[in-house]
Design a protein around this ligand. Structure first.
Ligand SMILES: N[C@H](CCC[C@H](N)C(=O)O)C(=O)O
Length: 268
């Protein structure tokens, strides 16, 4: 019996989605890494595994291209919402997510953002609104956890930052015991941000849903923008809504590319 999968993307952040709710599929970091390999495997930024949940409609497990299992993936959450095809609750390691499919994509309600240094987590106490650390021209960062850890830098021109180099250095800095997703943003008009992201366990991606959420939250807290915020990523736009004490709401596209068959045993 062939093993089936669905190839999907959220603004170019792409996924191999395995629906294992009916029959279990064993996933290891090594197998996820092999599936994600763009030359020797199927190729994706994240491997998404759907399993039965005792407390939600579905459990969504997320594996980065490096094989690491992580807590959250905003773009994949919208893709899974469109597969489910109706309002649902999705269980993740980062918490419970409420989703509603909507014209060509989905609306996702995440939890409330977290700002305490030990819950980002950071390796030492620090003001996460204006961090006293710098990597070359990236300074005065803000740290936010939206299920997964993010650091955000606001710069005059996001495209001018050498994120391919700086991203890896910051991702693996000892300040971040669980590593970190690196966001570089610039103001792009009223309540509009331009964002580029170096993702933990992946590298530069076309879009990062949780990065857009974390960046919009940090920008609202800093008084740079007001909700709702349009975040423009290389792969397209997301709209983020948030106010202090509220959960984050993200809206954006989700695309089904093709369905495929394989044998997962060939990936180790
Ligand atoms: N690289 C992220 C997971 C995927 C996030 C991104 N693809 C999104 O849409 O939120 C992490 O290690 O926390």
């Amino acid at each position: 019996m062939a093993d089936r999968f669905t190839k999907m993307h959220g603004l170019g952040n792409d996924f191999v989605v395995i629906d294992a709710r009916e029959s279990a599929v064993e996933m290891t970091p090594a197998r996820a890494h092999a599936i994600a390999d763009r030359r020797h495997g199927i190729g994706c930024d994240q491997l998404i595994l759907l399993e039965p949940s005792a407390k939600a409609d579905v459990k969504m497990r997320i594996f980065n291209a490096d094989g690491g299992e992580v807590e959250a993936c905003g773009n994949a959450t919208r893709c899974v919402a469109t597969l489910i095809g109706q309002p649902a609750v999705i269980e993740t390691l980062g918490g419970m997510l409420r989703v509603t499919p909507a014209d060509g994509g989905a609306e996702v309600t995440l939890g409330e953002p977290v700002f305490d240094w030990e819950r980002i987590p950071l390796a030492m106490p620090m003001d996460t609104r204006d961090m006293p650390v710098a990597w070359d021209e990236l300074e005065h960062g803000a740290a936010v956890n939206v299920g997964n850890p993010h650091i955000i830098f606001f710069v005059p021109e996001a495209d001018a930052v050498a994120l391919a180099d700086l991203g890896s250095r910051i991702e693996t800095d000892p300040l971040f015991p669980e590593r970190v997703n690196v966001n570089v943003a610039s103001l792009d008009g009223e309540n509009q941000l331009q964002l580029r992201v170096w993702e933990r366990g992946v590298g530069l991606t076309q879009a990062c849903g949780t990065g857009a959420c974390a960046t919009a939250v940090a920008a609202i807290r800093a008084g740079l923008v007001a909700s709702p915020v349009t975040v423009s990523l290389p792969g397209g736009d997301l709209v983020i809504r948030w106010a202090e004490g509220q959960p984050i709401v993200m809206s954006g596209a989700a695309t089904r590319v093709f369905d495929g068959e394989t044998d997962w045993a060939r990936f180790g």
